[in-house]
Design a protein around this ligand. Structure first.
Ligand SMILES: [Zn+2]
Length: 255
């Protein structure tokens, strides 16, 4: 099923006509026409417009969310919830400690705040992902750039979780950021750099339990996080079949 994700903000450069919910722009229709092959049966295929979000949905154990960076250098912000307790969200501190790594990539498992094994990365063609846990929000954007009321991953995640009735204060830190390139210097420096993802790169996240997945297509455009130019992502949900060989990340040698 081909569908479109949501967008809670005017899409820059395409203001000449009114879009109906779920309607794809011509450019986006072209992107969706490009086939994506997955090692299993596709259940859903959703284009998430630049600055938009994936309406949250439940993954059953064994189902895989493939996040495709359609045009390159674009970051996703993914927050996982345990369906029976929405306070039991993905925890990047638990995940990093258990992985003994700040770069969460192929083979690593995302753990919840209360210690549940939520999902595992079973493919990652890039090999660099952000696990700081936080996400862009109006408060930090004002402190960083002096701009009030910016569109942000916080509002996208609230929109993503709309059917679950969560308010901004309910959205806790614990976000995993596929393709986000965070560097830690030996002197303690932390910098956000241009993603290493190229058009068509992807990361596969396999649910290890029933999880609700919320996702923002990061709208940040005042730093290199998305190459100063937010673009579309694609979310393909599939049921894995067989044991496909894992794809080695292309940037592993650069890490
Ligand atoms: Zn963001």
């Amino acid at each position: 099923m081909l569908t479109s994700g949501g967008f809670g903000h005017p899409r820059m450069g395409h203001m000449s006509r009114t879009l109906h919910p779920g309607e794809l722009l011509e450019h986006e229709t072209e992107l969706m026409a490009q086939p994506i092959s997955v090692p299993g049966r596709t259940l859903e295929d959703v284009l998430i417009p630049a600055r938009g979000f994936l309406p949250a949905r439940t993954l059953q154990p064994g189902e895989v969310l493939r996040i495709v960076d359609v045009e390159g250098a674009q970051v996703a912000d993914v927050l996982l919830f345990a369906p029976r307790n929405l306070k039991n969200v993905s925890s990047m501190s638990n995940t990093q400690v258990l992985a003994s790594s700040w770069n969460i990539t192929l083979g690593h498992t995302i753990y919840s705040k209360f210690g549940d094994r939520m999902a595992t990365i079973v493919n990652d063609t890039v090999g660099r992902n952000g696990a700081v846990g936080g996400f862009c929000n109006p408060a930090s954007n004002f402190l960083r750039y002096g701009i009030e009321g910016t569109h942000s991953c916080l509002s996208n995640l609230v929109s993503s979780m709309r059917d679950y009735g969560l308010a901004p204060l309910d959205i806790q830190e614990g976000v995993f950021c596929p393709f986000m390139c965070v560097n830690y210097g030996t002197g303690g420096e932390l910098t956000i750099e241009l993603p290493k993802s190229r058009p068509g790169d992807y990361l596969d996240l396999r649910a290890d339990m029933e999880v609700i997945v919320a996702m923002s297509n990061c709208p940040s455009e005042h730093n290199p996080c998305n190459g100063w130019n937010p673009t579309a992502l694609r979310a393909v949900i599939y049921k894995a079949e067989g044991n496909e060989p894992l794809v080695e990340p292309h940037s592993r040698e650069e890490v």
